[in-house]
Design a protein around this ligand. Structure first.
Ligand SMILES: [Zn+2]
Length: 303
């Protein structure tokens, strides 16, 4: 694919097999909640956006809508969330600290008996609300380490090869789908990049944690390279996507620049963050950023 970025969203959407689409969101809801005008939806359908017409309503696939929002820069919550991340990246270049909390949700409101929540925190799994909370702190100190040429080459190569895309659950982290289609979620992109590094005997490891930005962070995966004894985070497909969506200056943020100030590592592999009565559940990640004028967070980082 080279540097020729496929700008046409229809081209990208066709890469997702039709059988994996779930037409669950109706046009009225989309228009109300995602602020997509109904006439724009008509235009998108004419241009080939898959949909299903039943019982007098037209239904869409949520993942298609998320992708269209981002690549067409529609003012939906998905796009605004990404814009928050780009802003966090630019604004946290000065000293400061992010604070993230894991707030689990009940998947079955109204069920008999109480909700028991566990969250994954600095002390491992703990019962939510019992004092040992699931709070994570992250100092925003951009690394001053320059990546060597051979690493930049591999990182830039993967940035050109893969386009960031929201994918149906079954394709998330699927390396062979990513390589054959050229579209990948963060998990697959990280796996491909680690693989490329290993082929060249360059020390790299996958990272799982938070993509930090107020007001809400999200779970995310990226790659870290060992340079001069330090693990340096890189996230080429995210940076390339943010630049492509005009949220970030691509010249200032090339794919190999480390966005480590908004990446909080908590492990190597994807892991659930919250449990409800013993079963994995979703969680929101409310996040605050505090500018640090005293330099205290830098002192903490070096400890
Ligand atoms: Zn519950």
């Amino acid at each position: 694919m080279g540097d020729d970025v496929p700008a046409d969203i229809q081209y990208l959407l066709k890469k997702i097999p039709d059988a994996l689409r779930r037409f669950t969101v109706d046009a009225e809801t989309l228009s109300a909640q995602s602020r997509i005008p109904l006439d724009l939806l008509d235009d998108l359908i004419s241009a080939g956006l898959p949909s299903d017409y039943r019982e007098g309503n037209r239904y869409f696939d949520e993942i298609d809508i998320a992708n269209i929002s981002l690549y067409q820069r529609l003012p939906t919550p998905v796009t605004l969330g990404m814009r928050c991340r780009a802003m966090a990246l630019m604004e946290s270049s000065s000293a400061g600290e992010f604070e993230v909390e894991i707030v689990p949700s009940c998947p079955d409101l109204g069920h008999p008996g109480p909700c028991h929540f566990d969250t994954w925190g600095a002390a491992g799994w703990t019962q939510a609300g019992t004092g040992s909370d699931a709070r994570w702190l992250h100092s925003s100190i951009p690394p001053d380490t320059e990546l060597p040429e051979n690493i930049i080459r591999i990182v830039s190569g993967v940035a050109n090869e893969l386009t960031f895309f929201h994918l149906p659950e079954i394709l998330r982290g699927d390396i062979s789908f990513a390589v054959s289609s050229g579209v990948a979620d963060c998990r697959a992109a990280a796996a491909v990049l680690v693989g490329r590094a290993q082929e060249s005997d360059i020390p790299a490891r996958p990272a799982f944690g938070f993509l930090l930005s107020p007001p809400f962070s999200s779970p995310h995966q990226w790659v870290e390279f060992l340079v001069d004894g330090r693990w340096i985070a890189v996230d080429p497909i995210l940076l390339r996507a943010l630049a492509e969506w005009n949220m970030l200056d691509g010249a200032e943020w090339p794919p190999h620049r480390s966005p480590s100030q908004i990446l909080k590592r908590i492990g190597s592999d994807y892991a659930p963050l919250a449990r409800h009565n013993g079963a994995v559940t979703t969680a929101s990640l409310p996040t605050r950023w505090r500018a640090d004028i005293s330099g205290e967070s830098q002192a903490r980082e070096s400890r």
